[in-house]
Design a protein. Structure first.
Length: 162
């Protein structure tokens, strides 16, 4: 087994991922990690990260998928692609705040990263304004937003006396 075998398996996994063959991608990334270990080399974190992403896409955001992406991003913290993968898995798991934090961290490393920018755009932090034709900062939208979120006082009930 050579380093080229592991890299070839990794590239096959990327192709499978792009073609939405998620379970094939899982097996390719798994094979790449096994080939890397068998030659005694240090496991490449990008193999682990893409493995976690493909597991999340194929089987749902399982605990193992999240942990794989978290470990890879923690160990190779200067790689924005690994933060993008982790952010995607967080979004799939419904952890939107964590996803946004992770994507923002990636953008600090590479502000022009197209994948991170697209993921940030898709992962909207705010709901639509209550009154769409008014600006978000308009007092009516501000007050209605507070009421809708439960953080503001509810409107007073007016009783009409006969």
């Amino acid at each position: 087994m050579t380093i080229l075998d592991a890299e070839r398996s990794f590239r096959e996994g990327l192709v499978a991922l792009l073609e939405a063959r998620h379970l094939d991608a899982v097996s390719c990334f798994d094979r790449a990690m096994k080939e890397e270990r068998s030659r005694g080399g240090k496991l490449k974190m990008r193999y682990l990260s893409y493995y976690g992403l493909s597991v999340a896409l194929g089987q749902g955001p399982t605990r193992d998928a999240i942990q794989a992406c978290e470990l890879a991003a923690r160990r190779d913290f200067f790689n924005p692609d690994l933060l993008l993968n982790l952010g995607k898995v967080y979004v799939m798991a419904g952890r939107r705040s964590r996803a946004l934090e992770t994507l923002e961290s990636g953008l600090k490393l590479d502000p022009a990263h197209k994948g991170l920018l697209a993921a940030m755009h898709r992962t909207n932090r705010r709901r639509l304004s209550p009154v769409s034709w008014l600006t978000r900062a308009h007092p009516v939208n501000y007050w209605l937003g507070k009421v809708r979120s439960g953080r503001g006082r509810s409107p007073r009930q007016v009783t009409i006396r006969p």
